[in-house]
Design a protein around this ligand. Structure first.
Ligand SMILES: Cc1ncc(COP(=O)(O)O)c(C=O)c1O
Length: 404
């Protein structure tokens, strides 16, 4: 009787519109293979392969011992917001007051709060392709419409104001910029960001600046924050997290820095949904952000070396092309030459098919570009050991062959 009633009831309309997270699906599948004893080359992973810094772990243990296990300020404990404000001043040159910072349960949660605070039904949001998988779904959930801007290797997968201008309508309300980019690894120079800032100001747009990979930039110029450019702080929500920077993906601590009225509205939403993020994880995040930063620099150097090996290796394999990325820990591979070809008796009709063949025939897990807005690319992560990168590249080479 109860089952019958459930079947008759309709679910909320968003359930029809949102796609499940493809990255989570792949990770679950790889985990099942590994549990069955299969050695999988895990280029699909979006999480660092380093341990959380010892001092962060110790702080969490201390928090538990000291019974720091109750509710906290919904926006996060004051020392953590002060430490975040200090870090943002140092890294981005932007001054934030603690009441302009809201700590949430991961960067994804901070983005959710931001979209649902700034967007109105029918608003349009400029979103460069390739995009990180959750952006379009979160924008749709907030009742707005993602408007995609196609980029390609010629511009290093970056947008320019001229490209954005073409998609402007009276409903355009926001630009989402994620740099260093997942999946492209693209990093914008200060000059490029200044052009984008002028565009946002001219057209009175909000900007979401997703900077979760800001500590992993390999070029000479380094990282510039869109929020730090003149006239941008008041129209930008800066998103960051301890997840990638400190190898703390499972601790679920992210934050948004935003103009005070926006931060207050995001806080209101958080106060009725999740309340504060875990008190214990906040203590760990505080230790990570305010403690020694040498492990971050060590990780950056390791990623820099791995990306050279991976990008060089990929470019030797038949039908695969990539740029050497300037940031994050992904290589964005153009595999369009394989479309329509037959591989292992199967016609490669999409990147999903190519990824499936790589996994089933060679135990190589990669992310098809489909979920990132591209039918022609694969994303390979180098958050795995050098040995796994080299062995995995050999497997891909054996399957696809090498360039002449
Ligand atoms: C571009 C981008 N933004 C945000 C996130 C979310 O990070 P978190 O794990 O802190 O929710 C990710 C995670 O993969 C990401 O790649």
């Amino acid at each position: 009787m109860i089952i019958e009633q459930t079947e008759q009831r309709e679910l909320a309309p968003w359930t029809e519109k949102l796609l499940p997270s493809p990255t989570a699906e792949l990770e679950a599948r790889v985990a099942r293979l590994q549990q069955g004893g299969v050695k999988v080359y895990r280029f699909g992973l979006g999480q660092p392969d380093f341990p959380t810094p010892e001092h962060a772990k110790e702080a969490a243990v201390e928090a538990i011992r000291n019974n720091f296990t109750g509710y906290t300020d919904t926006a996060g404990i004051a020392p953590l917001r002060e430490a975040i404000a200090d870090a943002l001043q140092q890294q981005c040159g932007v001054l934030y007051a603690p009441d302009e910072i809201v700590v949430s349960s991961g960067g994804k949660h901070s983005l959710f709060n931001a979209f649902n605070t700034l967007l109105r039904s029918g608003d349009e949001v400029l979103l460069p392709i390739p995009y990180w998988v959750s952006f379009p779904e979160q924008i749709k959930f907030a009742g707005a419409k993602p408007v995609f801007i196609q980029t390609d290797a010629r511009t290093g997968y970056k947008v320019t104001p001229a490209m954005l201008e073409k998609q402007l309508t009276p409903s355009t309300r926001m630009l989402v910029l994620n740099q260093p980019g997942n999946p492209s690894g693209a990093v914008y120079s200060r000059a490029e960001l200044e052009d984008i800032a002028r565009f946002c100001i001219k057209h009175n747009l909000w900007a979401i600046s997703d900077e979760v990979y800001s500590c992993f930039v390999f070029n000479e110029e380094g990282f510039t924050s869109l929020a730090g450019l003149p006239g941008m702080k008041e129209r930008t929500v800066l998103i960051n997290a301890v997840s990638k920077t400190y190898s703390m993906t499972g601790w679920r601590i992210g934050y948004a820095a935003a103009p005070a009225p926006v931060a207050a509205a995001m806080l209101k939403l958080q106060s009725h949904t999740t309340s504060n993020p875990s008190s214990i994880a906040q203590m760990a995040a505080l230790a990570a952000i305010s403690g020694p930063q040498d492990q971050v620099e060590q990780m950056r150097c390791v990623y820099r070396d791995r990306r050279e090996i991976l990008a060089t290796g990929v470019n030797r394999i038949r039908g695969l092309y990539c740029l050497v990325p300037e940031g994050a820990f992904y290589v964005w591979v153009d595999a369009s030459e394989w479309l329509g070809k037959t591989l292992c008796g199967t016609v490669v009709d999409s990147m999903d098919t190519l990824a499936e063949i790589l996994l089933s025939r060679s135990n190589v897990a990669v992310m098809p570009g489909t979920g990132f807005g591209s039918p022609a690319h694969l994303r390979l992560s180098y958050a795995i050991s050098m040995e796994e990168i080299q062995d995995g590249l050999n497997e891909i080479g054996k399957l696809l062959g090498y360039k002449e």
